[in-house]
Write a protein that binds this ligand. Sequence first.
Ligand code: NAD
Length: 349
Amino acid sequence: MKLAVFSAKPYDKLYLTTHHAAELDRAAGIDVTYHDFPLNLETAELARGFDAVCVFVNDTVDAPVIEALAKDGVKAILLRCAGFNNVDLDAAEQHGLFVANVPSYSPEAVAEFAVALIQTLNRNTHRAYNRVREGNFNLNGLLGRTLHGKTVGVIGTGKIGVAFARIMKGFGCTVLGYDPFPSDEFKPCGEYTDLDALLPQSDIVSLHCPLMEKTKHIINEDSLAKMKPGAMLVNTSRGGLVKTKAVIAAMKSKKLGGLALDVYDGEGALFYNDHSGEIIDDDELMRLTTFHNVLVCGHQAFFTDEALAEIGACTLRNLADFVHQRPCKNSLLRDGKSLSRTKSIPVRI
Ligand code: NAD
């Protein structure tokens, strides 16, 4: 079994192989090669001779790439993440490939990061940190709002949305949820409502739904117009949920009072790499970074020790299921049909 890991970082090596060295030794015959560049049509030929590839959120696994992989003998695609909007499941099914993800490595890690962004933005700790380093202890401009008693809207009440709702309920917030597929887990934390009712009532709106055809730009000019003036928008899910031009306009007009993004529509070209010595050719992202009340992070909500440990272990369990031809509970293709845990078929975006 030869596995090619794309977009590999030192921490991927640590949590995939170093921490599992004994298991990999026992399962003699698993040979792992790491590539620090992403999988795409140009790099797909480097998977030739490998049985499986392991990919992350910004690797391109669309129909042409899948066709190239299948032609070169690749039989399995292992995602070391939960979201699978970057994989064309229909193409994978057509070519008879095995595809599995890591659906739940630490919903709390992502939920806690969303809360960290809210707390930072709301209480201006990012600005206070810089001021104090320069000997400026002036509080002007650092005024926040007490979260207790505020209304928080959660769009997508799956594993992460519920973990987030639980924390916000603990803060003493009123929690509203919107999800076309309501779950019993959310009900103790808040009340379900429709999107049109959630938007105008919420002081904070946090996105936790997957990126699909239906949710692409779910935050756009229309939905922003329905939001409460001065509300905060948080996106720790996928960049494509938010129409960047529309949120820039909403920040300029002060319709939005704060914006926290861990993910960004054009992140594939930038995130996970150091571009500090380059001219960044993305005017929308650069405009976003000029607002004092916009926080942008580089898709790091998942990045905890516990989450990486589970991602590594689960990816290897999925691989073992594939090697031994056992049923895999994380397979995204079952009975020859594309399966989405979000109850609708994602599209390539
Ligand atoms: P999940 O599948 O448990 O939950 C997603 C929920 O969204 C489901 O309840 C589903 O019914 C709901 N949904 C589907 N269509 C919707 C719509 N049109 N409107 C509102 N809700 C809708 O997934 P999860 O584990 O909670 O993860 C959610 C998303 O978070 C993932 O899809 C992924 O994109 C993102 N994520 C980001 C990071 C990060 O590091 N920033 C890490 C992990 C996951």
